[in-house]
Design a protein around this ligand. Structure first.
Ligand code: IYR
Length: 219
């Protein structure tokens, strides 16, 4: 393949003062993002989801192949099917499949097999990794690419005032069947999207200090 024509890189330049204002504004916005497990059933403006998907789809990806597929589910009957299948997997996980160590790590989150948010949230976005097939090229760095796109998506939805949960029922292959997706698409994550319930609560979890997770190599 020949190389693409080059165009000037888009610019986003600020004075040092403005840069600090911009990054602080973003930090303030992100400080209120939490994983939400209790959703209002109120409808949301679906154009917000469309905008957020545009942003997710702009993420960098291996060889720019964009190995993702987003399935937005708003149909109540399909959401119910997903809930029933997910809860069946989760029952097995919490009863016996999850190791003691894993279940202990989850204890602070207060989660269990019940997943009412799969029906309550007005939209579920199921993100699939797109693997090689007759119809699709060999992708590269699929997990990295899709992970970055999902990060963009979660941030975009949050900035639009929408709550999400990063949900990974395990295993997730039932989503192919319910959503009619081909075998070369593998479920990566399921994001319930909507408004948080008025009485939504979250666990008061500590975060590591950034110094603990950062090493500076400077002269
Ligand atoms: N999928 C299960 C268990 C679970 C696993 C992890 I790792 C979490 O961060 C949270 C939950 C569930 O959704 O309950």
């Amino acid at each position: 393949m020949t190389s693409c024509r080059a165009v000037p890189a888009p610019k986003r330049e600020f004075s040092p003062e403005q840069a600090l204002i911009e990054v602080t504004r973003f930090a303030d916005a992100m400080a209120t993002r939490r994983s939400i497990r209790s959703f209002s059933t109120d409808p949301i403006d679906m154009s917000l989801i469309e905008h957020a998907l545009q942003i997710a789809n702009s993420a960098p990806s291996g060889a720019n192949l964009q190995p993702w597929q987003f399935v937005v589910v708003t149909d109540p009957a399909t959401k119910k099917q997903i809930r029933i299948a997910a809860e069946a997997e989760e029952k097995a996980f919490y009863a016996s499949k999850g190791s003691q160590e894993w279940l202990a790590a989850l204890e602070p989150l207060g989660t269990d097999w019940r997943k009412p948010f799969l029906e309550d949230a007005p939209a579920l976005i199921v993100v699939f990794e797109v693997l090689r097939s007759d119809a699709t090229p060999q992708p590269y760095y699929v997990k990295e690419s899709v992970g970055i796109a999902v990060g963009f998506l979660i941030v975009a939805l949050h900035l639009a005032g929408l709550a999400t949960l990063t949900h990974t029922p395990s295993p997730m292959r039932f989503l192919n069947e319910i959503l009619g997706r081909p075998k070369h698409e593998r479920p990566f994550v399921l994001l319930p999207v909507g408004r948080q319930a008025d009485d939504a609560q979250v666990p008061d979890l500590p975060k590591k200090e950034v110094g603990e997770v950062t090493t500076w190599v400077s002269s």
